[in-house]
Design a binder for this molecule. Sequence first.
Ligand code: PGA
Length: 256
Amino acid sequence: MKTHTPIVAGNWKLNPVTPTAALKLYKDVLKGVTKPSDKVDIVMAPPTVFLSTVARIHRSKKVALAAQTVFSEVSGAHTGTVSPQMVKQLGATYTIVGHSEERARGVSDEAVAASTVAALKQGLTPIVCIGERVRDENGDYYSFIEAQLRVLFTAVPAGKIKQVVLAYEPIWAIGTGDTATAEDVHEMKLFIQKILTSVCGRAAASKVRILYGGSVKAANAEELFTQGEVDGFLVGGASLKPKEFINIITTVYRHV
Ligand code: PGA
């Protein structure tokens, strides 16, 4: 029995390529979501320009909308960015922050923390991505994750910690078909909780939902969810295939 409401979030990345296709994808997923929404939080993160397209018909309480990133400032000379206020006005209630594909373009741990704080201030639920590039034999990836977590949770105000959602996404597993094992995922979840407890205390740490992302599909979702003991998934490629995404959601429903 899970203590948290699980989340299944679809990260569409730079897909699909037209607003018409984005609307169709949104509607196709919605059609397949038949169960009540209080058991599993279902989230879709279209590209920001299509967020506005989808938001125009977004009346559903069954799914929530997310931005794929937000900047930390409200306005000013910040070319190419969007603020939490802007995406909130478009209907987003979540935002992904610090995805590894964004971090690879030079966004630092400190900038990710600042965006997270800005999102929380606007009442958006941030799904903050963390994850190592490679797994070395010495276990150095643990210190890498620890550093990401410490920068993040030092910046988040104590009262807002429980609203943060973490997505553990090992970079080597993203889009590669090479998933972490359920055992690896469980071990990392325990490690994340240990670090969170030392930074924020047990009570707040125990409220933070920890998702897994990296080549999640219908075929591996059950094992990752039950044995990995995560609080849900951040899904990339498979979220672009409505049937596949719905099967992942259904798998999670079966275990709550
Ligand atoms: P993937 O992507 O499911 O295609 O591996 C996950 C992500 O990048 O969030």
